[in-house]
Design a protein around this ligand. Sequence first.
Ligand code: NAD
Length: 515
Amino acid sequence: MVLPFKHEPFTDFTVEENRKDYQAALAKVKGELGKDYPLVINGEKIYTDDKLVSVNPSNKKEVVGQVSKATQQHIEEAFSSSKEAFKEWKTWSAEDRARVLYRAAAIVRRRKHEFSAWLSYDAGKPWDQADGDTAEGIDFLEYYARHMVELEQGKPLTDRPNEDNKYFYQPMGPGVVIPPWNFAFAIVCGTTVAPIVAGNPVLLKPSENTPVIAYKLVEVLEEAGLPKGVLNFVPGDPAEIGDYLVDHKDTHFINFTGSRATGVRIFERATKIQDGQTHLKRVVAEMGGKDTIIVDESADLDLAAESIVHSAFGFSGQKCSACSRAVIHESVYDEVIKKSVELTKTLTVGNPTEDNVYMASVVNQKQFDKIKDYIEVGKQEGELVFGGETDDSKGFFVHPTIFKDLDPQARIMQEEIFGPVVAFAKAKDFDELLDIANNTEYGLTGAVISNNRENLNRAQTEFLVGNLYFNRGCTAAIVGYQPFGGFKMSGTDSKAGGPDYLQHFLNAKVVTERF
Ligand code: NAD
């Protein structure tokens, strides 16, 4: 019997044995660095001369792996293979498809630290963050499998005498999955296996920053028994194949997670009907954030500082949910900043492929340069109270950075930085706290630190974000517990890891019979 869903537990790295196990996994992965990885089309492994080269962001001379790049011709072949595979895959029962996912979850669980160690190398993830990423991937496999089995039953409708009505779901056809690099296992896994378990073949184009760990997922699904052609792995240069995948007449859905700019581009292009296209494309686009923690005068100030610091600096702020703005009631403003600075001083920065550090480097030169520029902007717009150091001599290191006294309209209060930079601003009452919290075009996550029940009640409806947290940080959503997705320009609010997600990749059908 399949047990009810429960989230995958996290590893406690204060336990010596767990630290040793992780070090052993890092050593194993180190022994496998620098290999070549193929495209996978119709189960066939294809090596091309042109490669994406993935490096360790904390030690940029170290090559993690080289992954073959797909061309437009490969995309054509992948669509043909998907269409062929769809004929058979759509006839599998949800239960049979779910079993492939249960098996994949079991394989990853048995090799959990190894997957996390790949994340430490490929994406620069500190141990606890990598462990959380792998656990979330396992959760997506387990959750969507169970949910599809449930959905296959359809939904009840009202019947009349001598008439029977049925409501059930059917898969749509081949689609495209385009994930980001920052949850290089979890998001790649979740966005891929959801449409697959719903009965649709997928062309997966991983991020050019983290293609190696994405290939590891493809291997696992193959080992778990996924038939050929159901998952085609087509990494490549987005400038060469991105639009091609989105525009293709055979694309039924695009499951995208990434920046606002790319998401909007995909959203617009997908509305154009191509020659030979016989359906409207569905777009799931989960995009950026400018997430705020607000603190009122009734709050526990230690909890406020802890929530801000860990949400701002966990994985160097490279989460769509990261806290990049802390808006504080004026009566407790100085105290919260003081406590946040004290806590930030205790954070360690280093190479996660060598040590169990709190923060590592940021992902690449482009992100490093962008964050460095924003630190300069912050110095003009506010007062630097902590951090600001950057060093890209060995890896792309940016230290945790705190600014205060920002105008709510300042650039570092409005634009997504995606790095370890948090800006503090002051407000005179709860109205103003909420006004500032809502003053960006984004609406992804947010948190309220307060002991005032009236304020919490108001925030439930007036704080315009898809995921709102009370008296805790604004990151670390868990599949099945906090389904995830944003409002406004943060995306289509698909609520990944929740009960409405799989329906994005299904057509609901009604059959009525008169007797
Ligand atoms: P990105 O937009 O640069 O890239 C995302 C994906 O889109 C990559 O696979 C990339 O290769 C691909 N891509 C780029 N140009 C394309 C094009 N023209 N056509 C098709 N595909 C194209 O984003 P990123 O830097 O990988 O990720 C960071 C961003 O993702 C941040 O803005 C972050 O907030 C967001 N994010 C959002 C969520 C969420 O759930 N809302 C989760 C994680 C990350």
